[in-house]
Design a protein around this ligand. Structure first.
Ligand code: CA
Length: 360
């Protein structure tokens, strides 16, 4: 009798899910969820495009094949600067682009890529993950039925390629330059004529004189674009100290995913973002070494202090105006300012002191 009772209770426990603690049976869900991603970049674009492929690979492996990400480059969808609209409308489920491209659609999106004279990549990552940055970004994007997750950092960007030297602020006045984001607004404030042009059209625009100067990224991606052949002056950066790309998610679609796949999706994005950051740093070091060797005529320049001072003044004025005009912008700007003050004091006595001790 005792043996029979044990057998019956074992059967009962097994039917309940095994250990007797679960009251419901775990359902095995083998449904494959296919999500379409549109990226701003052309097909097989190095580093940026590698990060979306890495994200798709990670999502598939981590979900045991249940997440299938289909990537369309701009060659397919033909709208490199239309990612925000396409993901918002549900035409695509996911996107990979840069938040500051959407400043004309929602001015508060521009604070989540990089800011002139702002945080470095390590400072900004800490702000996103621990300093309230992600929560502010969630607030801005939720209004549009979207969520934005970090999508990979380029590290500090170079100030761009110029055909003429910049010796005073007068040299920026009337200068037609491709420069997106808040830096474009700062340039306009000092008299330049900023514009945003997608990557694939940059070389032709500079060659044909549609623009006089441009900034793209830095050695990691600039060399293959050939800008050095038509603009000899390569200026150091001030405008994009930590350009973070973004993954965009259509929230309605996201809500249809099981909880575990939602977590896997976000984790795969953050891992792909980390991969892009270290890939960028590696490629910058590698390509900079090659550039110096293969193209000794490239002249590396830094704006004179008088130009930096004018740009910083314009930057501060614009931040003040934006904060006064928009309560959400005010909170984002204040959050970045407060965090940067603390983070920079630490960077100065840690990394900066260390680097100063290494300089010859
Ligand atoms: Ca740039």
């Amino acid at each position: 009798m005792k043996i029979l009772l044990i057998a019956i209770s074992a059967l009962f426990l097994s039917a309940c899910g095994g250990d007797g603690n679960n009251s419901t049976t775990t359902q095995k869900d083998d449904t494959i969820y296919t999500l379409k991603l549109a990226e701003t970049w052309p097909s097989n674009f190095p580093i940026f495009g590698d990060s979306t492929k890495e994200f798709a690979r990670l999502a598939k492996e981590m979900s045991n094949g249940r997440l299938n990400i289909q990537i369309d480059s701009k060659n397919k969808h033909k709208a490199p600067l239309g990612i925000f609209d396409m993901v918002k409308a549900g035409q695509y489920d996911l996107g990979h682009s840069a938040s500051y491209y959407w400043k004309g659609k929602d001015p508060n999106t521009l604070y989540f890529t990089t800011m002139p004279f702002g945080m470095t990549a390590s400072e900004q990552h800490a702000w996103f993950e621990y300093g309230g940055g992600q929560e502010l970004m969630d607030e801005v994007y939720a209004k549009h039925g979207l969520r934005s997750i970090i999508g990979g950092n380029t590290g500090n960007q170079m100030g761009g390629w110029f055909q003429k030297e910049i010796n005073s602020i007068k040299d920026l006045q009337g200068l037609k330059m491709r420069i997106p984001g808040f830096a474009g607004d700062v340039m306009a404030r000092v008299g330049a004529k900023p514009t945003n042009i997608p990557a694939g059209e940059l070389y032709t625009a500079l060659e044909r004189g549609t623009i006089d100067a441009l900034e793209w990224v830095g050695p990691s991606l600039d060399l293959r674009m050939g800008f050095h052949k038509i603009a000899p002056y390569y200026y150091t950066g001030w405008h994009e100290p930590a350009t973070e790309l973004q993954f965009l998610i259509n929230l309605k679609k996201f809500d249809t995913l099981p909880k575990d796949l939602q977590n896997i999706l976000i984790s795969a994005m953050k891992l792909a973002a980390y991969d892009m950051y270290v890939h960028s740093e590696y490629a910058s070091a590698q390509n900079w070494a090659n550039m110096k060797k293969e193209y000794p005529n490239i002249q590396v320049k830094t704006f004179p202090n008088s130009v930096f001072n004018a740009l910083r003044k314009a930057n501060d004025e614009l931040l003040e105006e934006r904060a006064q005009a928009n309560p959400v912008a005010s909170r984002i700007i204040q959050s970045q300012k407060d965090y940067l003050e603390k983070a920079r004091a630490w960077t100065q006595i840690s990394d900066q002191s260390y680097l100063n001790s290494q300089s010859k």
